[in-house]
Design a protein around this ligand. Structure first.
Ligand SMILES: Nc1ncnc2c1ncn2[C@@H]1O[C@H](COP(=O)(O)OP(=O)(O)OP(=O)(O)O)[C@@H](O)[C@H]1O
Length: 228
């Protein structure tokens, strides 16, 4: 599903962000990526959806060979992945339903099919009654749920989330994590970079710890493991 073999990444300014990452993430895994600020977590995650390209090494995601992938094939890769950000990245002038529908419009579905899919995924994230709200009319947690609904719309096999609870209070963060857990229970792989110690320590899922551009720990029922 996600395979990295000896992946290195140096940014153009010379910063060596990753130094020899090898990892295998299977279908249905739930993985927390932890580590100090600047360790390379975001870079690790961005490689998976070809937001950044590796300097060397091999990466395979959902059957796509990331180094060889032609630019025109990137949308195909990204349709098989849902990506969630700390700042939600919703389109501000569109309602919740329109934000979700927008992700589906490139697929050539009928209006009716789009409407049904939008209703389904908004229902799935508990926002069936807020479909016509603009992002500014929603709480942070609700906005993140819209982003998750949008990511679910294409029925991705993996959801990659970079610090998805970073802007949310603890209770709301737990709501988002429980939602990820339900999505994972249905078979979708989840990869989530986080600084949230309580969540990682309570959930006891796979933990990949990154420090100074390398994986220093990879445990099936791991703990957060840092004092900050
Ligand atoms: N576009 C870029 N150009 C140059 N250096 C970068 C770029 N993006 C990240 N870096 C550097 O690469 C290293 C790893 O950054 P990265 O964002 O992957 O870390 P992180 O573990 O996600 O950190 P945080 O927890 O603070 O988000 C850092 O030294 C950072 O300054």
């Amino acid at each position: 599903m996600i395979e990295m073999q000896d992946v290195w990444k140096a940014y153009p300014n010379g910063t060596q962000a990753l130094r020899g990452i090898s990892v295998h993430i299977q279908k249905g895994d739930f993985v927390y990526v932890v580590g100090p600020s600047g360790a390379g977590k975001s870079t690790f995650i961005k490689l998976m959806y070809r937001e950044v390209r590796p300097t060397s090494g091999h990466i395979f995601v959902n059957g796509f060979n990331i180094e060889r992938l032609k630019d025109r094939k990137i949308p195909l890769l990204r349709r098989s992945i849902g990506v969630i950000f700390q700042d939600f990245k919703l389109l501000p002038k569109m309602t919740a339903a329109e934000n979700v529908a927008f992700a589906l419009e490139v697929l050539g579905l009928s209006h009716r099919q789009i409407r049904r899919r939008v209703e389904d995924v908004l229902e799935q994230v508990g926002l069936g009654d807020k479909a016509n709200m603009l992002p500014t009319q929603l709480s942070g947690g609700e906005q993140q749920r819209v982003a998750i609904a949008r990511s679910l719309a294409n029925n991705p096999s993996v959801i990659i989330a970079d610090e998805p609870t970073g802007n949310l209070d603890p209770d709301t963060s737990w709501g988002i994590v429980r939602l990820f857990q339900r999505i994972n229970d249905l078979g979708t792989t989840i990869v989530m970079a986080t600084h949230n110690r309580d969540i990682v320590n309570s959930m006891r899922r796979r933990v990949i710890a990154v420090e100074n551009g390398t994986i220093v720990r990879d445990e099936q029922r791991g703990l957060y493991g840092y004092d900050e």
